[in-house]
Design a protein around this ligand. Structure first.
Ligand SMILES: Nc1ncnc2c1ncn2[C@@H]1O[C@H](COP(=O)(O)OP(=O)(O)OP(=O)(O)O)[C@@H](O)[C@H]1O
Length: 318
């Protein structure tokens, strides 16, 4: 798929903070792309530039929609869930949604059909005629999500769509976002819920202090970080790891029982090779594997980047 968005060397400085620092990445047409990073990493500052509310101090943003070039995502092609939510508390759910649909030029009957369908998906169809303020925060959030997509935009940009939602509703948002992708929309979201991102995102950018720390598919990111894998193997007869020929591998072994060994392999891509080697001289009865998930990977990488930034700052001051 061609790139819909290309960010090249973008920086944004507020008075005393470099919110975005020489950032480069691209988003492909039709993918779900996640922006990750700790509080203050610069995600919202980046999003504000992507939608043209603010401009980079340096670097470029190039957007390509249907062969047309733009410097930010054009309003007519954008469905946006901003950081600060804004609906009309005194109006009903349906009045709110009809209002947003009208603002974006959607004909009333088409809007009503879409509203009905999305409200049903979010278990809110019986609340359509209640005032927004009578809904819980999470349910208001779902109405706000619907309001962002009624005009079937090309690009949907969601600032923390999972915030304030319980696990069941987070899953519903995953299904909602997958449905948008199936309709051909490109979805860019910022999020702190790694389990949701792991399920959903085709590619991701992990930011810290305005910089790109990791970028790519989950598999590419795991390879970059050199994520290892833990394998517990049960053998059909007593097997001691000291007798195995493992000189070619970066592996730590723990004898769990006479016939059970845990292998901590530094490079997960060597898994199949190791198992093939083991089965040459022994009979494998059972294999359990455990790899680092995105949450653990995030903690590991952000901690190490934080350390690097602090030592650079220290070197700068002294
Ligand atoms: N309008 C502003 N004026 C001054 N500083 C700002 C402004 N907006 C953001 N910042 C600063 O820029 C940095 C990045 O903030 P930003 O809101 O982009 O981070 P974020 O990754 O979206 O964080 P969060 O996950 O908490 O929403 C922070 O240090 C923040 O204090």
């Amino acid at each position: 798929m061609p790139d819909l968005l290309q960010v090249t060397g973008v920086s944004k400085q507020y008075v005393s903070v470099k919110a975005v620092d020489n950032l480069s990445f691209s988003v492909k047409q039709g993918e779900i792309f996640a922006l990750l990073g700790p509080n203050g990493a610069g995600k919202s500052s980046l999003v504000r530039m992507l939608v043209g509310f603010t401009y980079p101090d340096s670097g470029t943003i190039a957007v390509n929609i249907d062969g047309q070039a733009y410097q930010s995502i054009p309003h007519q092609s954008l469905g946006y869930l901003p950081e600060d939510r804004g609906l009309y508390a005194e109006k009903t759910v349906q009045q709110n949604l009809l209002y947003f649909a009208k603002l974006r030029g959607v004909e009333k009957n088409a809007a009503l059909a879409q509203i009905e369908s999305w409200l049903t998906q979010f278990d809110l169809s019986d609340r359509a005629h209640e005032r927004l303020k009578s809904l819980s925060k999470g349910n208001q959030q779902k109405v706000q999500l619907i309001s962002a997509v009624l005009h079937k935009p090309k690009v949907v940009l969601l600032d923390e769509p999972f915030s304030g939602l319980d696990p069941i509703n987070q899953e519903k948002v995953v299904v909602f976002l997958e449905a948008l992708k199936a309709q051909g929309m490109t979805v860019i979201l910022s999020a702190h819920q790694m389990a949701m991102v792991e399920k959903l995102a085709d590619r991701m950018l992990l930011m810290n202090h305005g910089q790109a720390v990791l970028y790519g598919t989950l598999a590419e990111i795991k390879q970059d970080v050199g994520v290892g894998i833990d394998i517990t193997v049960s053998f059909s007869e007593a097997t001691n790891y000291a007798a195995l020929n493992l000189g070619n591998y970066k592996v730590a072994c723990t004898q769990l029982s006479q016939s059970k060994i845990k292998f901590e392999l530094s490079d997960s891509s060597e898994l199949n090779l190791l198992l093939a080697d083991l089965s040459k001289s022994t009979t494998l009865q059972g294999i359990e594997t455990k790899t680092m998930d995105l949450h653990q990977l995030y903690l590991k990488v952000i901690e190490s980047h934080q350390g690097k930034v602090q030592s650079q700052e220290h070197a700068h001051v002294s």
